[in-house]
Design a protein around this ligand. Sequence first.
Ligand SMILES: [Zn+2]
Length: 286
Amino acid sequence: MPRLSLGGLEITRIQAGIYHWDGGAIFGVVPKTLWSKAAPADELNRIAMAFNCYVIQTGDHTILVETGEGGKMPDKARARMKLPAVHQPLAEILAANGIDPDKIDIVVNTHLHFDHCGGNTILTGGAARAAFPNARYYTRRGEWEHAHERHIRDSVSYIDNNYDPLVESGQMELLDDDREVAPGVKVHLAPGHNRDMMVLTASSSGRTFCFFSDLIPSAAHLTPSWVAAFDLFPLQAIDNKIRWIERASRGDWVCGFGHDKDVAFATLKPDGQISPQEIYANTDAK
Ligand SMILES: [Zn+2]
């Protein structure tokens, strides 16, 4: 898996799986004649995406950002996404990539859609337990409240077993404000995809890594008006995207995307496009 050193941080992009979703939903009002150049569709109009997670090792902390889909979706939904019949637990994927899952002491969920927090817990006999028992988990209170509203627009995205057992046990903290979860590692409210989604920055020795999550789910979505049909607040998504891209290019930040299956790390030009020489894809990772 792609890994890089940034200041005093070691950052690894872990893919909790590759899935397929309708390209029209991923690119909203953008015509297929345009988006299909960036992401070719299969015979059912699906494009390949990844459940991207990032591990940030600071020396004192091992921080896991997102936990993938977690294998709790019904078989029919798994087949629709072309997910393998047998789910591989994230802890196993981490261990196979040289990261001891027991060392993870902080887990951040940018929001609570199943594809970002599904691996928080493991189900045994219907009971959910923490997949990362030594970690403190963080998400935003407003997102947890929204999950429980069960609005018909997005209720399908929420599986309570991914977070409620952790909230009840006190292992998951619900944040009311932006927070530094470890020295230099901060979560920031960035609405658009939904009301309470967060992006994460990690800074050390003057360098910054930024995980955009679903504010910019793939490098193709760097074009500000390319917004997924999923987004509940598309105008806010566009405005926030422009703001964060401007910050990222000004600061020469290294950026990661929620679902890009190829680009693990990228720096951005002021117009929001990737600096070509700075793409660290799967094949040429440092
Ligand atoms: Zn997502």
